[in-house]
Design a protein around this ligand. Sequence first.
Ligand code: SF4
Length: 357
Amino acid sequence: MISSASSRWHALAERAIAGEPTSRDDARAVLEAPAVELLALLDAAYAVRRHHWGHRVLLHVLDNAKAGACPEDCGFCSQSSRHGSPGGEEPMKSADELVEGARRAVAAQARRYCMVTATRGPSQRDLDTICEAARRIKAESGIELCASLGLLTEAKARRLREAGVDRFNHNLETSERYYDQIVSTHTWRDRVETVRLARDAGMQTCVGGIVGLGEHQDDLLDLAMSLRDLDVDSVPVNFLDPRPGTPLAGRPKVEPTDALRALCMFRFVHPRTDLRVAGGREVVLRSLGVMALWPANSIFTQGYLTTIGATPAADHQMILDAGFTLELPGGEVVTPDPSAVAAVPAPRKPTLPVVRS
Ligand code: SF4
């Protein structure tokens, strides 16, 4: 006999698959799902994920192309120069180094390689380097390219697209209402404008946020609904991993089961979207990490910007153990192979203090 909990969540899944937008009340109910209903909830979220993404996982690799000394004051970020956090600075990598980073991502069987700079927005010189790297990477591999370079202008967005950047990341982080509690040096609306410029230039948009900033449940719901209004192509969901020295250093981590509820909520609100469990995956979800693959269809591997995450071999093993496959650039589907990626060289050791957590 099917339990009422199971039929309740599967009815929601059927409506999402049919194209009916998940209501705010239903999204709230997902965030408040009782612990005994968690497996039924994950199963229903998986039905939505499977309908649009099958049983495939997409791997993404981040490269911190210019680390630290950022003039912005995002309260969660250890790369801000404002916090007096034990940061540091690493100058812009060369195009050669970024091309090497993309080769490591290809070797890890990643679908996408993302070049990231800690800046308010890209200088012309940094943009030159990113564009040169993008052209060279596109000439030698089919890996999809993403860039995350802060605030854009129309001309800068156009240059990135012309160089071959497929997707631009610019997270909204939280709700418009809560944003000024976290950041004072730019506004939530500034961020929305850059998302619009990236899309208008012809790039896909990757726009997500962070769970666990101290926001109210309504802020998380606002974020999910705002991203739906913006019709973004990809939603990375990060979980705060409090960094020493930042204003949010003392915040408690999100409970693993609440993190899963949040991922399920984002899946129901964004049925078709490339939904990624992003920063904080390992330290917040801990032993429940593999269960994120039921609502989310993609993950980062090879670590994050300032923290070291799971290795490609560990991620391949997790995906293999759970019976999922990997989708490569171009759509080829393969079986994960931990031994094949065990020898992928680690990224060059950054001078920025990287925290193993
Ligand atoms: S999140 Fe980005 S813009 Fe904000 S301080 Fe960190 S690097 Fe700078």
